[in-house]
Design a protein around this ligand. Structure first.
Ligand code: FES
Length: 121
């Protein structure tokens, strides 16, 4: 199984072009592949911010987070797993409503209408 690790913006060595901004849904998630890894990418239209996390939900190890509902909890952007509603912060990856391990989160950069996700390899 592929391991996922949170990447901070200052750690990025590779900005992977995930597609054009208009190829992503508004106020929802989409899934991209980076090598063997599946990454969920989210666009919050109210704040016009982008986030990315592993698509793999740590609860039952299903690749589903890109299909989750997004929202905010106390100002923290979050995604709810579509299967059993565990929610994860898209800023830190922390599980906000239970004791699941965190998800890995990745920096997202928008440049020239393109979406880039940051990795370290
Ligand atoms: S698989 Fe995601 S909450 Fe259960």
């Amino acid at each position: 199984m592929t391991a996922y690790q949170t990447i901070l913006p200052n750690q990025v060595t590779t900005w992977f072009r995930a597609g054009r901004t208009d190829q992503f849904p508004v106020g929802a998630g989409a899934t991209i592949k980076y090598g063997q890894r599946q990454i969920a990418v989210f666009y919050f239209n109210r704040t016009q911010r982008w986030y990315a996390c592993q698509n793999l939900c740590p609860h039952k190890l299903e690749n589903v987070l890109g299909r989750g509902l997004i929202g905010e909890q106390d100002g923290v952007p979050k995604v709810a797993c579509p299967l059993h509603k565990r929610t994860f912060s898209l800023e830190t990856g922390e599980n906000l409503n239970g004791d699941c391990p965190p998800v890995a989160v990745f920096p997202v950069r928008i440049e020239g209408g393109d979406v880039y996700v940051g990795f370290i390899d």
